[in-house]
Every structure is written in C-alpha cells, then in structure tokens.
Design a protein around this ligand. Structure first.
Ligand code: BG6
Length: 481
C-alpha cells in the first residue's frame, strides 16, 4: 500500500516571497513590504532579524526602493509566472500552493470594492495553472496583511479586522470559484513567535504583548470560521483547511520534569488546530488564560460561529523537532528561527541551525491523525541551503535530495500505518526570498533563481539536480525515491 492514486504532489510558496511588483496595478503596501534584509546581522540571530518597531516601519515607508526590502521584488513571479508554471508542469505537479496578496485585492484593506487589476491577475494565474493540469491550493493569509491595518488597528488585535478579512475572502471565493482547496491562516500559531509578520501587531504600541497575541489569535479563529462557512456556501465543493506549524517536542531526558515540559509544549502547539478543527477551546488553554489574568474578549456568538464551522482538513508545515526540559539552562538551544527549543544531539542541522528529523515527520503525522481524525495535508517541508551554481549552470544539491528522500520515506510509512494524507507540497519548489531573514541565499528550490541577497542577477531559472529527482518521485507516485 502506498500513496493514494490522486495524491497531490506539488510545491508551496507565498505571494510576498515570490511575486515582486509590490507597487504595480494598484497594490498597497503589506507588512512584508517593510521587512528588511540586514546584511550585517548574523542570520542565526533570528529574533533580532524579525523585530519590527514603529521606527523601522516609518523608515521603510519613506524608502521607495527595493534594495533592502527583498520581499518587494521577490523572484519576479508576477511577470514570469508562465515560465514558472511551465517548469512546475514539467516536474509533474498536481497542485501548487500560493497565497493571494490581500493588498492586491484591497490595497489598504478598507476599500469598499476589490481592485479589478488584482482580481484579473489571479484569474489569469489560476487559469494558467488549470490549463497545465495543476490544482490551485490557495492560502488567504500568509504573512502579508495590509500595512495600513497594522498601523491603524494594531493588526489582528482589533476585532474590526475580522470583517475586513471576511470581505477580502468573499471577493476571492466569488472571483475564483474554480479553486477547491483553501487555507485560512498560514502557521496561525506563529502569532506568538512573530506578532508583526503574522498578525500586524506592533510591539512598541502594545501593553501586554502575550495577552494581545492570544486576542489576535481568537480574532483569527472567528474570521477563519466565518470564512470557512462562506467558502462552503459560495463554492459547495470547496475544502477548507487550517494550517499549523508542527513543532514536535521530545523530553530532553526521561526525567519526569522534562516529560512534563515536553507535554506542555506539545499541547500549546496543538491548541490552534484544536480550536479550528474541534470548534472549541481546550479547557487547559482557558485555564492558562485565567492563571495569567488574560482577559481575552470572546462573545458567545463568536464561540458559536467557531463551533459551527470547523475545518475540513488539517494542513501543516514540518521542518524540525525540538527538545524540552524542566530546567532549560542545561540545554543547548537551536538558532536561526523564531522557534527556539533544545537542540537534539542525535540530529544533524542545516546551515541555519534547523534540526533535521525525518522520523519526527512520521511521529507528527500519526499524532495529528489520531488527534483530529481528519485528512492531513503537508503543505510545507524543505531545506534552506547555500547552493553553488557551477560555470556550466548545473547545481549539485545532493543534500537536498537526501533530505526529501528521508522525509518522503517516513511520510510513506505513516500512510502505510493508516494515516489519510491528501498531499505534499515542498517548500519551496523554486528559490525565493526567505520569510525570516529576507535572504535569497537561503535556497529551497528544485529550481535555482539567479538573484543574490541585494537583488543582483538575471533572474534566470536553472534546474538543480533535485529537479529530475522530484520529477521521478512524482511520476512513480512516491514508489521510487
Ligand atoms: C514557514 C513559512 O514558516 O517557513 C514560510 O510559512 C517560510 O513562509 C518557511 O518561508 C521557511 O522559512 P524561512 O525563514 O527559511 O524562509
């Protein structure tokens, strides 16, 4: 028994990391457009890289160039999408995950009517995918909310954003009825790790940051449920998923204190998917709010909406596992991410310090399936690495092939043990701007893009060795790795 016959093999990206064209055809600025590439910051010092202050935002708005704002230029997919889709077709893709930039449809988030040029672009884009036999998988919110909403409302901290997001989503469902698979919020749990990127929360304007993050998450749960309902009404065949960052945590030792620490981390990691899938807050989370005196504003009406509109499937990203201990000071910690945890001495790590744990993927699949009993979809998994393009244009990325081979092989074992898995989209099929560090040199693709961190390069696309390898995996439906 292997993968289902209609298994959705493909790749995943986000608009702000690939499109470019940040100020054309009526697009407004998003929170991603003020994310800075900082050449002199050690990329392993991730936390310092993502901290955004009111001062940084003001500087960024005044600067109209793209030099230190790589997400404004992406990899120019806005203009080169036909060429990229042709390459995805050659890879054999059944599905392509991308996000619709909210600011292309509603430039500030507050307009009454959608921007027709934004709609027209995604219509063309989706048609091109369909014409090439590729199913779109659309993320409605992937770290790119209108900047205006962050500045005016402190992002998702304010309930007024809920209806603005519902308006945007409704415009998408009405304009793109051919799309069957939708995700509401990318890595929803990440609000507590990078509140500005994920929810438009400006830290220096926020009194109680942790409380505000949980309020923003609650507002997103309400919006997600409202949008799930709308999707089902407007596109009856649609399937809507939640999306979590699967962070599997092991106890650092068998000591009881460490086991408890790991248990608590895992429960925290599950809670967003619990709310979105079961339609209810776990009682332990409500007790956590109470213990910390968090006054999260939730009405009975909102709780009813959440209860009545659970998601159809569970999607997640998987990059690493972590260790937890009762006393963390004895542990070496991971670097290079907003996710910080104990480093597992038995595992290798990437150049950015992300631990590589393929068996952890199998463990995650089994745990998630057992907990939710809904189909799963792996919508991100991959390895950021420094690739070298040889003088003949070839790129020998055997380490990436190794990474995918090990992960897909564990994924197959999970499926063989009974997990219902809809598909797998690698992050990312083509090199793009890193979400965390805004680097180009942190490369993920099967396709190399000739562009450096400062934006120099021809933007030409080249196939890496992993291209033919993944093509064969898809052609054999994962039977030959
Ligand atoms: C996920 C995000 O957290 O990780 C992506 O959903 C991101 O947007 C990916 O690109 C890899 O992270 P990074 O920082 O290496 O780009």
């Amino acid at each position: 028994m292997g993968f289902r016959k209609d298994f959705l093999w493909g790749g995943a990206v986000a608009a702000n990391q690939v499109e470019g064209g940040f100020n054309v055809d009526g697009k407004g600025l998003s929170v991603a457009d003020v994310a800075t590439y900082k050449p002199n910051v050690d990329v392993k010092d991730y936390k310092r890289n993502v901290q955004v202050t009111s001062e940084n935002i003001a500087e960024a708005i005044a600067d109209k160039t793209t030099t230190f704002y790589p997400k404004r230029r992406g990899i120019n997919q806005y203009y080169r999408y036909k060429e990229d889709i042709a390459l995805f077709k050659e890879l054999g893709f059944k599905v392509y995950r991308f996000s619709i930039a909210w600011t292309r449809i509603f430039p500030t988030g507050k307009e009454k009517l959608p921007n027709s040029k934004g709609i027209a672009y995604y219509k063309k884009f989706i048609k091109e995918l369909k014409d090439n036999g590729i199913e779109p998988l659309v993320t409605l919110s992937h770290y790119e909310m209108p900047l205006e909403l962050a500045l005016e409302y402190n992002g998702w901290a304010d309930k007024r954003v809920i209806n603005l997001f519902v308006k945007f989503s409704k415009a998408c469902f009405e304009s793109f009825p051919d799309v069957k698979y939708w995700l509401t919020f990318n890595e929803i749990d990440s609000v507590t790790r990078h509140p500005f990127t994920s929810a438009g929360i400006i830290e220096d304007k926020t009194d109680n940051l942790e409380e505000t993050e949980y309020q923003a998450l609650h507002n997103q749960f309400v919006a997600s449920a409202m949008v799930t309902k709308l999707a089902h009404e407007i596109i009856p065949t649609s399937q809507v998923g939640c999306m979590l960052t699967k962070l599997t945590t092991y106890p650092a030792t068998p000591k009881q204190g460490d086991v408890l620490a790991a248990l608590n981390k895992n429960l925290m990691n599950y809670y967003c998917a619990d709310v979105q899938s079961k339609g209810e807050y776990p009682k332990l989370i409500l007790a956590y709010f109470k213990r910390h005196n968090f006054d999260i504003k939730m009405t009975n009406e909102e709780l009813k909406i959440i209860k009545a509109n659970p998601v159809d499937f569970i999607s997640f990203s998987y990059y690493m596992s972590l260790l937890a201990a009762e006393k963390e000071n004895g542990l070496e910690m991971t670097t290079g991410n907003t996710v910080v945890g104990g480093k597992n001495p038995y595992l290798k790590a990437t150049d950015w310090g992300w631990t590589v744990d393929p068996v952890g993927l199998r463990i995650s699949l089994i745990e998630l399936y057992d907990r939710y009993q809904k189909p799963l979809f792996i919508v991100e998994n991959g390895m950021g690495a420094k690739d070298i393009r040889e003088s003949d244009g070839s790129i020998h990325d055997s380490y990436r092939i190794e990474y995918f081979k090990e992960h897909i092989s564990e994924m197959k074992k999970a499926v063989e043990s009974g997990v219902d898995l809809l598909g797998y989209t690698s992050w990312a099929p083509i090199d793009l701007v890193s979400a965390s560090t805004s680097q180009m040199s942190k490369r993920y693709g099967f396709i190399y893009v000739d562009q450096d961190d400062e934006g120099n390069g021809t933007l030409n696309r080249y196939k890496k060795d992993s291209f033919a390898w993944y093509q064969h995996v898809i052609a054999t439906n994962g039977n030959e790795l």
